[in-house]
Design a binder for this molecule. Sequence first.
Ligand code: GLN
Length: 276
Amino acid sequence: MSVADTLLSQLKAAEVRLALAGIETARLDAEILMAHVLGCPRMALYGKLTAAVPQQAVSEFDALLSRRLTCEPVAYITGEQEFWSLPFKVTPDTLIPRPDTETLVETVLRQMDGLPVRRVLDLGTGSGCILLSLLHELRDALGTAVDISAGALSVAKENAVSLDLQERVEFFQGSWFAPLDKQAQFDVIVSNPPYIPSKDMAGLMADVRLYEPGSALDGGEDGLGPYRLIADQAPAFLAPGGLLAVEVGIHQAGDVMALFDAAGLVGTGKVKDLGG
Ligand code: GLN
C-alpha cells in the first residue's frame, strides 16, 4: 500500500482541490462525501485514517468531488441534510434546511410551552423540516403541510414516513392557504417563505443560485410578497390564542412586523437566528 492510498491522504488531497476551487468548507465537505461513499458516520473516519481506501471507493469519491467542484451542494450530492438532529431527505426540488431555521422551530416550542397545540400548519413546507421537527417534539399535535411544488411535497411525504410521522400529517399541493378548508383553524402557523428580493437573486452564492430551487427563494420585487399574503390570510386561520411564526430575511423584520401589526396580529416580537 502506498501512502497515497490512505484515507488521510485522500481526504487531504480532496481538501486541497476543494479549497483551491474557493470552497470554504473544503475539509468538512471532503469528509462528508467520503463518509457517504464508505457508508459510515463522518466521525468513524477518524478511526481509520491510516487504512487503505478500496479503489472502487476512490473512484466513487472522485466522482462526487467533481460534482462538488461545480458548486453542487453537499446535501444534494448525498441526498440528505440533518436538521433539528433529524435526518431529512433533500432533492433539488427542495430548499436545503438551514441551521438558522432551527431558531424558528425553537421559538415556536418556547412560545407554546405549556399550551395545547393540536393543529400546526406549515406553508411552503419544502422538505418538511419545520413541520416534522415540530411534530417530533409536540407528541399530541397534527400537522398540515402545504407546498406549491409537487416535487417538494413528495420529498416531505417521504420524510414524514422515514420519521414515522405520516399518520399525523396531511399534505396539500397548492398556493399558500388556497388548498385549505376555509373553516380550518390552527394553533400554530409557521412558514419560511421565499424572501429574497428578485433583484438580489443573481448575487446569491453559486451553490444556492445554480442548484437550489428559485421558487423557494425568490420573494418577488421587494421580497415581502409572501408576507403580505400571509398577513392578509393568516388571521382567518389562526385559532384563538394561536401563534404565527415566520422566518424573515436580513433587514426585513421591521417591515414584516409592521405588516403583521397592521393585520391585527397582536404581541408581535422578533428573535435573531444564528446569522444575527
Ligand atoms: N420550509 C422549508 C425550509 O425551511 C422550505 C422553505 C422554502 O422552500 N422557502 O427549509
